[in-house]
Write a protein that binds this ligand. Structure first.
Ligand SMILES: Cc1cc2nc3c(=O)[nH]c(=O)nc-3n(C[C@H](O)[C@H](O)[C@H](O)COP(=O)(O)O)c2cc1C
Length: 325
């Protein structure tokens, strides 16, 4: 079940979606080593990609083991987005992904992210400018099914999707909720099936309510889309991808033992210290280990113990105690 994103071949259709606060370089590397074939960065503001400085360096960091990877950018001005796309192209991102989906109020108020679902003309001007800016580089879009419910909104979706493919977009990824819904309510997989029917020869990825590996395979089977974004289901479970591969091959998904979970948490910590610095690495892993705890048989006790930790030694002693064999 390979997936094709323009010139980029992806050997398996379940990929790591963009996750602000999570899909950074260290976590992408962890997910890749456990079967994620393709990853999307956290959303980056186009202006941040263009500013020299520490934040930019942290955001755009890549690694030879982190390919193929899409750099996701968010903005409102086609020219600025195009300039940011050129920067990502030069830095070696394999794909440029445009975020027209983010529902955060401040982002929408600045006419970025999900606001573009309400402004097809501007959205398409952005796609055209970016496709032109990075010839030969696949450009993809992250969309919501609409800004809010209603016939006009659905028409806006198809105007953007069709116009984007005509302008040369390589793929679209659709989160089957409206911008107004944010993350509440159910994702409308029926809408994903309708998008696939409308664009049978194009690459369409689906997203929404993929909490367990079986959901990813069910989404593919029920909607017919070409690929699926793992998002909340992959936070704290980087084995998600291996488990999807197991299911797809007809094997029962392998659950990692506590020792493997502990080794992965420490590896993630080392990668975070290397990518950033030890202080930020610890901050990040204190946060991530609360998510890893969801796989632990004593998750509530573990979370309670983690909440109180301050120093690296305290954090390590909680991890060592709870993940002891
Ligand atoms: C914490 C969090 C951060 C997210 N950050 C991004 C982002 O930066 N860019 C993006 O396109 N989508 C982002 N998303 C949306 C996810 O990629 C995905 O489309 C959405 O969560 C629906 O899938 P799910 O219901 O399986 O989680 C984020 C979602 C969550 C929960």
């Amino acid at each position: 079940m390979p997936l094709r994103i323009g010139t980029v071949a992806v050997d398996f259709p379940v990929v790591l979606g963009a996750l602000a606060g999570y899909s950074d370089l260290p976590y992408r590397l962890v997910c890749r080593s456990l079967g994620a074939p393709y990853c999307v960065t956290e959303a980056m503001l186009d202006r941040q990609v263009l500013l020299e400085g520490k934040l930019r360096k942290r955001l755009v960091r890549l690694d030879p083991a982190d390919h193929p990877v899409a750099g996701q950018i968010m903005g409102s001005e086609p020219d600025t987005l195009a300039e940011a796309a050129r920067a990502l192209d030069r830095l070696g991102f394999d794909v440029v992904d445009l975020n027209f989906a983010c529902p955060v109020r401040k982002v929408v108020a600045h006419k970025r992210g999900g606001a573009l679902m309400n402004d097809p003309a501007r959205a398409l001007a952005a796609v055209r400018a970016v496709v032109e800016a990075v010839p030969g580089r696949p450009v993809t879009l992250k969309l919501r099914r609409a800004f809010k419910d209603g016939d006009a909104a659905a028409a806006g979706f198809f105007r953007i999707a069709r116009g984007a493919f005509e302008a040369g977009a390589a793929a679209i990824a659709v989160h089957a909720r409206t911008v107004e819904q944010k993350y509440s309510g159910r994702a409308d997989w029926g809408f994903l099936a309708a998008v696939e029917r409308e664009f049978p020869d194009r690459t369409v990825l689906g997203s929404g309510d993929v909490m367990r590996p079986a959901d990813a395979l069910r989404l593919l089977a029920e909607t017919g889309v070409d690929g699926v974004l793992a998002a909340r289901g992959a936070i704290g479970n980087p084995w998600f991808f291996e488990q999807c591969r197991d299911l797809a091959a007809g094997r029962p998904p392998r659950a990692p033992g506590l020792d493997e979970q502990r080794d992965t948490i420490y590896r993630h910590y080392r990668l975070a210290c290397e990518a950033y610095d030890p202080r930020r690495g610890l901050k990040l892993l204190r946060h991530f280990s609360l998510q890893y705890a969801k796989m632990h048989p004593r998750r509530t006790d573990l979370r309670n113990a983690l909440v109180g930790v301050r120093t690296e030694d305290e954090w390590r002693s909680v991890i060592d105690a709870f993940y002891a064999l």
